[in-house]
Unconditional design. Structure first.
Length: 412
């Protein structure tokens, strides 16, 4: 057989799920952003300026030298037992009274938590209610298991409960199986919005009425900018029997460690454990050992207050720059924590169509439409303040304001 002459139709080889996979809108932008003159308000990654690199280097080298026999070995699928125990104790102090190691699982990033949770809960065609807008990685994980994603309106207080109820009723009437609510309650990616306290209770009520599971994705929880914003009750603490709670060390230590955790009702945690065994046997023993040491030595607790100050200053700078530069008829969120502002341009503007002009002017953002599962949000942009310096944020927003004003003049 002439191997070179054989043409393989890869579409035919791919699974149904793979044929439906779409490239992540943010990753697609990455090659455009490599030019150094571009101020990029697009990437949502934490700033490397605040990775505690010296401390982590010291812990890593000590662990490899002194505890190589476990840190470089395979280990239990649930995760490093010391870290699971440390997390259980840490969570009990923070409102998760009923958490025990049987509810806990360490995952390879919270992205894996989302992937595993959706895999054990959802069949093709099951309805999941997601916020408008929502996190791209969550949307991808849900797509991967064939879920039907239904968008629910958000306002400044997060999910609009009447709309949530209406969407559930609509899909029930269509004969669809409504299974889950996916929410990012604190300083949401991409909107920066925080779910109001009373709505947390209302969402749990709705979940109880309709027998739904809530997936609570909470990686920004500790990056809050005021004490009020830091004290909101997790949905999981309101009703642990209905919630899979997912959190991560990515934003408070470093995402390269890929160490995160989830808390789930015991029967669900047990299924996720089996699904995880099939995915990667366990998360990296070395990374988990490093994080365990970072927790136990107090590094995490010492480090996080500085992160809050660091990101709050950038939030303030971005809010001020938006105030000064954005055209009339636009608005934006003022996040109480996290990394992101959602900017809403006057209706006529299409943020995706405007991106080449913005890049030409030396500033980049993520067009918001990719975050809205109902195809709305074309006039929105996600502006991340986590990465660039305050000076560059100011200049980036100045450039963006000029591009927007020029484009609006053009529209007139
Ligand atoms: C809302 C949300 N969930 C999950 C993740 C994934 O984080 P990781 O897998 O690094 O824990 C991110 C990362 O940006 C996020 O914004």
């Amino acid at each position: 057989v002439d191997i070179d002459a054989v043409k393989i139709d890869y579409e035919d080889v791919l699974s149904e799920v793979a044929r439906g996979l779409k490239p992540n809108a943010i990753r697609k932008l990455t090659p455009l952003l490599a030019r150094p003159e571009i101020i990029s308000l697009a990437p949502g990654a934490p700033s490397p300026d605040v990775f505690p690199k010296e401390e982590l280097a010291e812990i890593a080298s000590r662990l490899i030298r002194e505890r190589w026999f476990s840190a470089l070995q395979y280990g239990p699928t649930r995760g490093n037992a010391g870290l699971v125990q440390a997390l259980a104790e840490h969570l009990q102090l923070r409102g998760f009274d009923k958490v025990s190691p049987a509810n806990l699982l360490i995952t390879t990033g919270s992205q894996q938590g989302l992937d595993l949770a959706t895999r054990v809960l959802l069949d093709r065609g099951d309805v999941v209610l997601v916020e408008l807008p929502s996190y791209i990685g969550g949307i991808v994980a849900l797509h991967n298991c064939g879920a039907r994603l239904v968008g629910v309106q958000q306002d400044d207080g997060g999910i609009v409960i009447d709309d949530l109820r209406e969407k559930i009723d609509q899909h029930r009437q269509l004969g669809h199986r409504v299974k889950c609510i996916y929410t990012i309650p604190n300083f949401q990616n991409p909107s920066g919005v925080t779910l109001a306290s009373d709505r947390r209770h209302q969402i749990i009520e709705v979940a109880r009425e309709h027998n739904l599971i809530v997936i609570e994705d909470d990686p920004y929880r500790d990056i809050y900018f005021s004490d009020d914003a830091g004290s909101l009750t997790p949905l999981s603490a309101i009703d642990p029997s209905r919630v899979i709670y997912i959190n991560s060390f990515s934003k408070i230590l470093a995402p390269g460690l890929r160490v995160a955790w989830l808390v789930a009702p015991e029967p669900i945690a047990a299924k996720i454990e089996i699904a995880k065994e099939g995915a990667d046997l366990s998360s990296s023993q070395l990374d988990m050992a490093i994080v365990n040491e970072a927790m136990r030595s107090g590094l995490v607790n010492r480090h996080v207050p500085g992160l809050r100050r660091f990101y709050r200053e950038k939030r303030d700078v971005m809010s001020g720059a938006l105030e000064q530069n954005m055209p009339a008829g636009s608005d934006w969120t003022t996040p109480a924590g996290g990394f992101f502002v959602l900017y809403r341009a006057p209706e006529a503007l299409d943020a995706a169509a405007l991106l080449p002009a913005a890049i030409e002017a030396g500033v980049a953002y993520v067009p918001g439409d990719a975050f809205f599962v109902d195809g709305s949000g074309k006039n929105t942009m996600r502006l991340a303040f986590c990465r660039e310096t305050p000076e560059k944020i100011i200049e980036g927003i100045r450039r963006l304001g000029a591009v927007l004003r020029r484009s609006l003049e053009f529209e007139d």
